[in-house]
Ligand binder design. Structure first.
Ligand SMILES: O=C(O)CCC(=O)C(=O)O
Ligand SMILES: [Fe+2]
Length: 412
């Protein structure tokens, strides 16, 4: 399905990149937008960006550079906290086997491995730190990453209390298998301690690491040459992210991450007008996939029932359906229009809540939207959002779903 956004985007050309850019101190928003966000290229930012963070000052032992296990236990383990973990030695389809455990038990086990200098097996990942410790203030979102629609929308949603703000903790040898991020979102990852080895693959090489049955490579260090005979041909960049450094991971870049030594990092998944077209493409192709999988039910179902079933499966498999995308775009549209009405003044007073929003019982702190100077020109963003809203209105199944199931009047 051709994206309605193409006209609003410069082409992204990955053929000429020879290395990953490094900025000692954070680039201005304009530089970040023009050189990295819009062309969809990675960049590493030096440790100045994070040097004042509480996480850098209090989670790391200054003499050893290793995690300060005593501080972590003292500050975070007053009460039992259940955290998500992955078993790095156990493959489960395209991921590692996931479970949960108590945070203090995790820290104790990790410290034991660390003192014995043995590799770790358990990796604490996708831990919703801000949601779990709303008043802790471990870090602040860097200005260049503030134009983040996923966290802005998810933390204001009326139907759930969630976000995409995570902490990762793992000993030597823990790793994240080969993947591209959910819904082709961006991520940024700030390293608090240890070293992270990233191998990044520019987009449009999927044919080299996905087979005809849609299986993908799991571990780039252990690839079956019969199943993926051309994997070695894939262009890649390897970087070693040192303590305090932050990496911007662009949309649709596949990657694998290995922790060298005891490693803690903070990351957000995010999207905005610069990758909205890629996000829409990803939802459209996930939907096609769902439709193919249950093709055999199409003839025995009413049209509405078929559309609703596909949307339910899409939400279950991919975390989005048409309604999610619609509501995210509408939330952003409303905020952009408020900023336009205020003539681009750098104030956040226009970011007030509706009465319902104020009364919503919420544990997760709201993600503050970007100032005008921390995002692209407002009229460009509005055009991008409107292109996606128009696309949804004109897509037959989306229109039916939103009108009949979500009771929206789409022609307003
Ligand atoms: O740090 C890791 O292990 C994985 C992080 C990651 O995949 C990301 O930030 O996109
Ligand atoms: Fe990732």
């Amino acid at each position: 399905m051709a994206s309605p956004q193409n006209a609003l985007h410069a082409t992204r050309d990955y053929s000429t990149i020879t290395e990953i850019a490094y900025h000692e101190s954070p680039p201005s928003y304009k530089t970040f937008l023009e050189q990295y966000l819009e062309p969809n290229l990675p960049v590493i930012i030096g440790p100045d960006l994070t040097k004042h963070w509480r996480a850098r000052l209090q989670w790391v032992s200054h003499d050893t550079g290793k995690p300060n296990f005593d501080n972590l236990r003292e500050q975070l383990c007053h009460n039992p906290v259940e955290v998500p973990v992955a078993d790095c030695q156990c493959k489960d389809f395209t991921d590692q086997r996931r479970s949960t455990m108590d945070l203090k038990a995790f820290l104790d086990e990790w410290e034991t491995d660390s003192m014995a200098n043995t590799p770790s097996r358990t990796y604490l990942k996708d831990f919703h730190f801000v949601r779990t410790f709303p008043h802790y203030d471990a870090y602040e979102t860097p200005d260049i990453f503030r134009d983040d629609w996923m966290n802005e929308f998810w933390t204001r949603r009326m139907d759930m209390d969630d976000d995409y703000r995570f902490v990762y903790c793992g000993g030597d040898g823990t790793f994240t298998p080969f993947h591209a991020d959910v819904y082709r979102s961006y991520s940024w990852s700030a390293n608090i301690c240890g070293i992270k080895k990233w191998t990044l693959f520019p987009p449009n090489q999927e044919h080299l690491f996905c087979d005809n049955l849609k299986n993908t490579v799991y571990d780039i260090e252990n690839v079956d040459p019969v199943q993926f005979p051309n994997f070695d041909k894939a262009k890649r960049f390897t970087i070693y992210q040192k303590p305090g450094e932050t990496l911007f991971v662009p949309s649709g870049w596949w990657h694998q991450v290995h922790n060298i030594g005891d490693t803690i990092s903070i990351n957000h998944n995010w999207c905005n007008g610069s990758n909205l077209d890629l996000l829409l493409d990803s939802i459209c192709s996930d939907l096609k996939e769902v439709e193919r999988e249950i093709e055999h039910l199409k003839d025995v179902m009413e049209e509405g029932e078929w559309i609703e079933t596909c949307q339910k499966l899409l939400l279950l498999n991919s975390g989005w359906d048409w309604s999610t995308l619609w509501h995210m775009c509408m939330t952003i549209r409303k905020r952009i229009q408020a900023q336009m009405r205020h003539g681009g003044l750098e104030e956040s007073s226009y970011l007030t809540f509706t009465k319902d929003e104020e009364e919503m019982p919420r544990k997760t702190p709201i993600f503050q939207p970007p100032l005008v100077s921390q995002q692209p020109p407002l009229d460009l963003t509005l055009r991008r959002v409107d292109a996606v809203l128009d696309y949804i209105k004109n897509e037959k199944s989306a229109r039916w779903f939103l009108e009949h199931i979500k009771n929206l009047v789409l022609d307003d």
